[in-house]
Design a protein around this ligand. Structure first.
Ligand code: URA
Length: 211
């Protein structure tokens, strides 16, 4: 399966070490949740690297200095519930951001994602919008959530995940070829239940201890 060129894997030893700890089934819940949060923080740092800025002047105790501020505050959107830990970390990095939540479940007959919750910040068209879900597995949920954000006016949209499967990467690229996807790891494949291999199991259960 070809993996679309819109996928970027962040190559960094600190990220890889966090990912390894998340994979390890003996990692306790609190440490796991902390790892997801740390990765959210590191990913936001990367994903805001080219955020639009405006020049400002500030007065230091000694003299005037030039500096920058972000032109608009970014929006971090979680696909509930597994994305929540990631956007907690993103908000650690940039607390002035705004945040939103999207809830989707899969209809077991049609296999289509169905919306059960939506809370989105205002002015999405003006913002860098980062949609977060730890696992890009089949891609169904990510595609539906990105479509919702598009319909709500987001144009500067990025999808952030911790683990990407080739199947989900392809499905997302087919549906949203212009939305960049950033991941910390590209894994091998999905199993017959839609779990990423080798992956980390269920990202929501492992963050919240709900096995
Ligand atoms: N969701 C998860 O939590 N884990 C997977 O491996 C795939 C989807």
């Amino acid at each position: 399966m070809s993996v679309h060129s819109n996928l970027t894997i962040i190559d960094h030893p600190v990220i890889a070490a966090h990912i390894t700890r998340l994979r390890d089934k003996t990692t306790p819940t609190a440490e796991f949740r902390g790892g997801v949060r740390a990765l959210g923080r590191l990913m936001a740092y990367e994903l805001l690297r080219d955020a639009k800025t405006r020049r400002v002047t500030v007065q230091t105790p000694l003299e005037m200095a030039y500096g920058i501020r972000l032109k608009t505050q970014p929006a971090f959107i979680s696909i509930m519930r597994a994305g929540n830990g990631m956007i907690d970390g993103m908000l650690d990095l940039w607390p002035e951001a705004v945040a939103g939540n999207i809830g989707l479940y899969r209809n077991e007959e049609t296999l289509q994602p169905v919306e059960y919750y939506r809370s989105l910040p205002p002015e999405l068209p003006e913002r860098r919008v980062i949609l977060a879900d730890p696992m890009l597995a089949t891609g169904g949920t990510a595609v539906a959530a990105a479509t919702m954000l598009r319909d709500a006016g987001a144009t500067n949209l990025h999808f952030a995940c911790l683990f990407a499967a080739p199947e989900g990467t392809q499905a997302f690229a087919d549906a949203h070829p212009d939305i960049p996807v950033t991941a910390c790891a590209l894994d091998r494949e999905l199993n017959n239940k839609g779990y990423i291999l080798p992956g980390l199991g269920d990202a929501g259960d492992r963050q919240y201890g709900t096995i």
